[in-house]
Design a protein. Structure first.
Length: 398
């Protein structure tokens, strides 16, 4: 992709997405949103000024709106190597403050290279600034820190393109498959059989549509991210699925087993994979997770523990509005460490809520959110570590 953009390209993308939506609907598959992901914005613009990157984001946002494309990601600042230029990271608040449907990220760690501690510090500063300068801190919804995430994921905010030929992919909101599969299962074997069958059936339906789209539009198919993303009702709740499996309360002992069980079922299904292809635990997008947050059944460390066996990381986690940069940096470092040591893609979408303290409830008015208790954080950070170090690599076992 080059800038200025060719308006005809956006028109063609919009035409393809309209066709894809219609084919999916004809197959009985609801399309919630259509989205466009670009290569990383510094790859397009170089080292942009705030004015340049905001102008690009606004032009792309308006062009996508004209074509009926719901959201756009301008990709990450790729800073997962020593001495990476951090100035693009500090452009993020400008982008989020001047757009409404543009997502942007920072990729600061990879198993191949290591963890950029300076970028962790910068990203924590960005989260704090965006939370303080957007209404209810809501701009943080459109920002995430990525660790070990390759291009090609269709889930936002993680989505970005590698700059090669255009391709399309499907992101599924499939937590309801697990809820239904476990509803009447009397044993774990029956639950496994039901869920694998449900995955295989859904994948076959999606692949039939993908094959038609490839034939008719001559685009490469990037795969399916069959992550079990929830929607804020119990029928589409990953928390409800785990409780139906037999765990008394999401967050209690046995939750890690439930997460691993579902992940194992997903791994047994043959389909072209992309992105996370695991379970998602977005606190503000899952009614049962929100209720269990109210019950104090889990904390941030619990969510990170579950990510060790399923992936995705920390998502839409409501935090106290006065959380400090050092505390945010400590959370980001833990996520990056798990991603690098286990060589798996993880993200962190942290949402400090202005004027709310731990244990108070959020009051977002957003169709895809439920409200929840603000999770407490540990009153400590990593300021000493960050002052002494800029980058760290680990020896990863193969």
């Amino acid at each position: 992709m080059t800038y200025p953009f060719d308006e005809g390209s956006t028109v063609a993308i919009g035409r393809f997405l309209k066709s894809a939506r219609q084919m999916l609907e004809d197959a009985g598959l609801e399309t919630q949103t259509t989205r466009l992901a670009t290569p990383p914005f510094p790859d397009v613009l170089g080292d942009p000024t705030a004015i340049q990157v905001v102008e690009m984001a606004q032009i792309l946002e308006a062009s996508c709106a004209d074509q009926g494309i719901d959201y756009v990601s301008i990709g990450p600042a790729l800073v997962d190597e020593p001495n990476a230029l951090l100035s693009p990271v500090y452009r993020v608040p400008d982008v989020l403050g001047h757009t409404e449907r543009v997502f942007v990220t920072v990729a600061l760690a990879s198993a191949k290279r290591g963890i950029n501690l300076a970028a962790i510090q910068a990203s924590a500063e960005v989260i704090r600034e965006v939370a303080q300068t957007t209404p209810q801190g809501f701009g943080t919804l459109r920002f995430a820190v990525l660790a070990n995430c390759p291009p090609g994921s269709p889930f936002f905010p993680a989505a970005y393109h590698d700059g090669g030929p255009s391709r399309f992919a499907f992101a599924t909101e499939a937590a309801d498959l697990a809820v239904a599969a476990f509803r009447h299962a009397r044993t774990l074997d029956e639950a496994r059989h039901n869920l694998i069958d449900a995955f295989e059936s859904a994948a076959a339906r999606l692949m039939a549509v993908a094959d038609r789209l490839v034939d008719e539009h001559h685009l490469h198919f990037g795969g399916i991210d069959f992550s079990l993303a929830p929607y804020p009702n119990q029928a589409t709740s990953i928390g409800a699925a785990i409780e139906r499996l037999g765990v008394d309360r999401f967050g209690g002992s046995g939750t890690l087993f439930g997460v691993a069980f579902i992940t194992d079922c997903l791994r047994q299904v043959d389909y072209p994979r992309c992105g996370y292809s695991g379970l998602m635990f977005p606190v503000l997008e899952d009614s049962v997770l929100a209720a269990r947050a109210d019950d104090r059944s889990y904390d941030i460390d619990s969510l990170l523990l579950y990510s060790t066996v399923c992936g995705t990381g920390l998502d839409t986690v409501p935090l106290p509005g006065d959380v400090g940069v050092d505390e945010l940096a400590g959370i980001l470092l833990d996520v990056a460490t798990v991603a690098v040591m286990l060589n798996k893609p993880l993200g962190a979408r942290l949402m400090p809520v202005p004027n709310l303290a731990a244990d108070q409830r959020t009051a977002f008015d957003f169709d895809y959110f439920t409200n929840a208790r603000v999770l407490p954080i540990k009153s400590s950070g990593i300021s000493q570590l960050l002052r002494r170090n800029q980058f760290i690599s680990f020896q990863i076992q193969k």
